[in-house]
Ligand binder design. Structure first.
Ligand SMILES: [Fe+2]
Length: 263
C-alpha cells in the first residue's frame, strides 16, 4: 500500500498580504494542514506529499520559506514541481534536497510501489506551460526506468482542455506531446495536475488524468466564450492517491461536516 497526498495551487505570499487583495492563502493552507493532521488516523499512513505547482503566488524566497513552515506539521517528505506563478531558481534554492541542482525541475522518485515522475512545464514570464524537448526526453527515459511499475505522473498545467476558455488560453501548449509519450506505457498510470483549481477527470492515451482542487479558490465551470474572467473564493482541500494493486483517488475536503448520524 502506498498513499500520496496531492496539494496544489497554494499561492503562498508573505504573511499579512492578500492574493489579489482578497485571498488569505496562508490561512487557507494552515486550515487544510490542520484538517489533515486531525484526520490522520482516519486516512491512515501517508508516505509523501506531492505539490503540483503554484506553491507561491509571487515566486519569492520568502513565500517558499512560509510554504515550508505551513506544511511542516504534516511531517512528510515533499515532492514539488513548479507552476506558472513559481520562479525556478528561488524554488530550487528553497528545496535543494528535493530538486535537481541545475536545468528543468524534473524528477523521478520511487515511493513505496509507485514511481512518481514530476515534470517542469514552467515558461518563466508567461502563464501558459510547455513541455520542452529536454523534459519530454526526461519523461520517456523515466518511463523506461519505471518498466511497467505503477506511475504517478505530475505536471502543473493540465494535459487536457478544461472547457474554461480563460484557463485553456494559458494551458499546456503541447498536449499532444505528452499523449504521445505516455501512450503504450505497459503499467498503470495516473496523470495528475493543478492550475485549474478544480477537480476534473479525463483519459489520456488510456491513462486517467486528474486535476486537483485548490485549498483557497476555484474557477467557475463556464464554457461560454465570454464567460466572466476571475476566481471564486472556495476552499476545496486536496486529493489522496492510493496504490493497492490498483490506483484509487479520494478527495479530501477541507472541513468535516457534522456526524456521523445513525441511519
Ligand atoms: Fe497555475
Amino acid at each position: 500500500m502506498t498513499a500520496i497526498l496531492q496539494i496544489t495551487d497554494t499561492h503562498i505570499v508573505a504573511e499579512g498580504v492578500l492574493v489579489s487583495g482578497k485571498l488569505d492563502t496562508g490561512a487557507a493552507l494552515k486550515r487544510l494542514v490542520s484538517r489533515l493532521c486531525s484526520i490522520h488516523d482516519q486516512i491512515g499512513p501517508v508516505d509523501a506529499v506531492l505539490v503540483s505547482g503554484d506553491l507561491s503566488d509571487d515566486g519569492t524566497a520568502e513565500s517558499y520559506e512560509r510554504f515550508k513552515a505551513l506544511v511542516a506539521p504534516l511531517g512528510l517528505p515533499l515532492h514539488i514541481i513548479p507552476g506558472n506563478h513559481d520562479a525556478r531558481e528561488p524554488m530550487r534554492a528553497a528545496f535543494t534536497e528535493q530538486l535537481p541542482g541545475n536545468g528543468p525541475l524534473n524528477w523521478h522518485v520511487q515511493v513505496g510501489n509507485v514511481h512518481m515522475i514530476g515534470l517542469d512545464t514552467l515558461v518563466e514570464g508567461h502563464r501558459h506551460g510547455t513541455l520542452t524537448h529536454e523534459t519530454l526526453t526526461y519523461l520517456r527515459n523515466a518511463l523506461i526506468r519505471a518498466n511497467g511499475a505503477p506511475v504517478l505522473l505530475a505536471l502543473h498545467h493540465p494535459p487536457f482542455p478544461s472547457g474554461i476558455k480563460f484557463m485553456d488560453d494559458i494551458g499546456l501548449t503541447n498536449r499532444g506531446a505528452i499523449k504521445q509519450a505516455v501512450s503504450g506505457y505497459s503499467g498503470k498510470m495516473h496523470i495528475v495536475c493543478g492550475h485549474i483549481h478544480s477537480m476534473m477527470l479525463t483519459s489520456i492515451a488510456g491513462h486517467l488524468a486528474i486535476s486537483a482542487p485548490s485549498p483557497n479558490s476555484t474557477f467557475e465551470y463556464d464554457q461560454r466564450a465570454d464567460a466572466p474572467v476571475g476566481f471564486f473564493t472556495q476552499e476545496d482541500g486536496c486529493l489522496l492517491h492510493r496504490w493497492n494493486d490498483g490506483f484509487q483517488t479520494v478527495r479530501i475536503g477541507p472541513v468535516a461536516g457534522a456526524g456521523p448520524y445513525s441511519f
